[in-house]
Design a binder for this molecule. Structure first.
Ligand code: HEM
Length: 134
């Protein structure tokens, strides 16, 4: 007979495995710091506003929900479809690769297990490639 007195514990989300909100904040800050400072990212840096403050918060909110944490971006009055938000920008392989290089730098700055890093790198790669419109 099937047992009814057990509880299925949910697996930790990618958000939890990364280290929750503090780690995600470090990831986002490391990402935009790299975009701001790495000469190899100059052309994607130029596509962004001079003040990276608002986009830091937007990316944090979006990644929170995407990785299984609180769905903060969906609660924003200025939320947008992620594909439409990128439509005004010409994103081809070079822009995708610059974006990923900044994200790899940011991931390298976190104290996380290698399998967690690999999982995020693979997921970001798929996502960044999916946002190409060129
Ligand atoms: C994993 C891939 C990516 C994610 C998760 C992501 C996420 C985001 C988010 C959440 C926003 C804010 C949208 C809004 O206005 O509410 C944004 C804006 C933007 N993204 Fe991405 N993005 C990705 C890839 C890329 C790539 C490859 C580029 C290439 C250049 C790019 C360039 C931009 C630009 C220029 C903006 C507007 C920035 C601004 O207003 O200052 N993104 N992105």
């Amino acid at each position: 007979m099937a047992r009814t007195d057990t509880v299925d514990l949910p697996l930790p989300s990618p958000y939890d495995r990364l280290g929750g909100a503090p780690a995600l904040r470090r990831l986002v800050d490391g990402f935009y710091d790299a975009m701001d400072q790495d000469p190899a990212a100059t052309s994607i840096r130029r596509m962004h506003q001079a003040d990276l403050g608002p986009i830091r918060d937007k990316l944090f909110d979006w990644l929170s929900g995407w990785s299984g944490g609180p769905p903060l971006y969906n609660a924003r009055p200025d939320r947008a479809c992620i594909m439409s938000a990128h439509a005004p920008y010409a994103i081809g392989p070079a822009e995708r690769d610059q974006w990923m290089a900044c994200m790899r730098t940011a991931l390298a700055g976190l104290e996380i297990e290698g399998d967690v890093r690999a999982m995020f790198e693979a997921a970001f790669s798929r996502l960044a490639d999916g946002l190409r419109n060129r």
